[in-house]
Write a protein that binds this ligand. Structure first.
Ligand code: FES
Length: 113
């Protein structure tokens, strides 16, 4: 099976995603807490990302969340987009708040970063 590498610009993390699955499904495999998964059908807008490099195939997305300008700028709903090459993306809105949140460090752990 073919897999493409998807890079999340803000965190430097990558995940693999096949052309048969949506970017959201691939991202969920990162196992990050708080990845907002809503309707999975392009209708709630929580999974909005901006594709900054790479090619993809998108399915119908609600204009309420993705305007014509958004779509032209690569701002799409991750649950409606499948990769057709390696991709670099930025997470937007609610997604950014959760994905970019540092993982909780247990109290008393020395700071190593
Ligand atoms: S999960 Fe609802 S729009 Fe993507």
């Amino acid at each position: 099976m073919v897999y493409y590498n998807i890079l999340i610009e803000e965190t430097g993390e990558t995940f693999r995603c096949s052309p048969q699955e949506s970017l959201l499904v691939g991202m969920e495999r990162l196992g990050k807490k708080g990845i907002p998964v809503g309707c999975r059908g392009g209708g709630c807008g929580v999974c909005k990302v901006e594709i900054t490099a790479g090619t993809y195939v998108s399915r119908v997305m609600s204009r309420e969340y993705v305007s014509v300008e958004d779509e032209a700028a690569g701002r799409v709903l991750a649950c409606r987009v499948r990769p057709s090459s390696d991709i670099t993306l930025k997470v937007l809105g609610k997604m950014a708040k959760n994905v970019c949140r540092p993982l909780a460090v247990p109290a008393g752990t020395p700071a190593t970063l």
